[in-house]
Design a protein around this ligand. Structure first.
Ligand code: ADP
Length: 399
């Protein structure tokens, strides 16, 4: 076998990345399903989102690259299927007329024995999958990514390059919620928009009396989503029929389309379907037209908002900046700024730090408060807010 020179290797790697991009260019929308850790129902959510989109009439592909625990073949009863290799490509397996799936699970030797992957092999496997699966034209590709925030989901996100966004799955317990915070920061570092968080296994609906019991204390995911300024896509209850459906390979939302959980999935795909509308980028509350205020110091965000003598007021329409006016606030006195900014029509203040009392006053004046924003230009901050990539840290000025 001839050895590649370092230059040839680089060329080959670039070539392969280009092949991935070319393959992906035939897909209108690419969505990554992520979770901070395993076992929270990421694959279950990925499968049911894909089936819900297919039931809504879209042409969908489901790609399972969870190399340590590929469960899509089991959930869709495809374990006996063997993907067909064409010249340079692998054909995905048809699940419905308009839904096909591919999983690394089809290529692992034995589903019961663990596969020990060396780092570069994982990357190669993921790359090969993205490069070689012949999806042809799709409306959506739903990617069941490896859990966590390590090299594997990173490779997936980087190789796809221009994914439309991520859906993050968590369960309500504190420990899962803590992991999901890392997941949100991971997306923000990669500039990967976050479509929202789904809280899975959120309460148990008694099949006999219909009463809902919060076994793990629900709402942790929703509170965290609010706090971190990402959309909350809904709660999927613990439902024994989901386990049955997963174990028997019948897509849950198709088999139990009138169930409460199927209704939750139907709701959760709404922001995904919104991606189809050109130029409609609303904020988390569905507002298309917004006005932001940013306290300024030397042209950038001022960490001490109460003492700044200039505010940038930025208007946006469908997520795009349409104008900026710099305004001088009235002389400093307690409570004056929230009222004044409300009078200027401001909906959101992006601040470095702010005390609790001031935050309450803004909320009373119908202004959302984002604290912990970094020192940056107002335009960069507002753009990051709309892309849901705004990195917020500590509340730096609590007085
Ligand atoms: P992950 O991909 O995060 O590792 P899975 O999707 O494989 O998790 O789900 C793990 C297990 O939990 C599976 O047995 C699945 O059937 C079950 N499960 C997932 N979501 C629910 C739910 N809402 N109600 C009941 N069981 C669920």
């Amino acid at each position: 076998m001839t050895q590649c020179s370092a230059e040839q290797k680089d060329f080959k790697a670039d070539d392969e990345r280009l092949c991935v991009r070319h393959r992906m260019s035939r897909i209108k929308h690419k969505i990554l399903v992520l979770s901070g850790k395993g076992g929270v129902g990421k694959s279950t959510v990925a499968v049911n989102l894909a089936v819900s989109l297919a039931l809504a009439g879209r042409k969908v592909g489901l790609l399972d690259v969870d190399i340590h625990g590929p469960s899509v073949p089991k959930i869709l009863n495809l374990e006996d299927k063997k993907p067909v290799s064409l010249a340079e490509a692998i054909e995905p397996i048809a699940v419905m007329d308009n839904l096909s799936a591919m999983s690394v699970g089809f290529f692992l030797p034995d589903p019961d024995s663990p596969v020990i992957w060396r780092g570069p092999m994982k990357y190669q496997m993921i790359k090969q999958f993205l490069k070689d699966v012949e999806w042809s034209d799709l409306d959506y590709l739903i990617v069941d990514a490896p859990p966590g925030t390590g090299d594997e989901p990173l490779s997936v996100a980087q190789l796809i390059g221009d994914a439309d966004g991520a859906v993050i799955v968590t369960t309500p317990q504190q420990v899962a919620v803590t992991d999901v915070r890392k997941c949100i920061s991971f997306c923000r570092q990669l500039n990967l928009p976050i479509l929202g968080v789904i809280e899975n296994m959120s309460g148990f609906v008694c099949p006999k009396c219909g009463e809902r019991v919060d076994i793990f204390k629900s709402g942790g995911g929703e509170n965290m989503a609010l706090e971190m300024n990402v959309a909350f896509l809904g709660r999927i209850p613990i439902d024994p029929q989901i386990v049955d459906a997963c174990d028997s390979g019948h897509p849950y939302v198709k088999a139990y389309k009138d169930s409460k959980a199927a209704g939750c999935f139907a709701e959760a795909i709404r922001p995904i379907l919104e991606l189809e509308k050109p130029n409609t980028k609303t904020d988390l509350k569905g507002r298309a037209t917004m006005r932001f205020a940013i306290p300024l110091h030397d042209g950038k965000l001022c960490l001490h908002f109460g003492h700044c003598d200039l505010f940038a007021v930025i208007d946006t329409e469908n997520g795009t900046i349409t104008g900026r006016t710099d305004m001088t606030p009235p002389p400093h006195e307690p409570g004056v700024l929230p009222k004044w900014l409300h009078e200027q029509g401001v909906n959101v203040i992006l601040a470095g730090g702010m005390g609790q009392r001031a935050q309450q006053l803004f909320v009373q004046n119908a202004i959302d408060v984002v604290v912990g924003a970094p020192v940056d230009t107002p335009e960069n901050l507002v753009t990051a807010y709309h892309n849901q990539t705004l990195q917020t840290g500590a509340n730096t000025c609590d007085h």
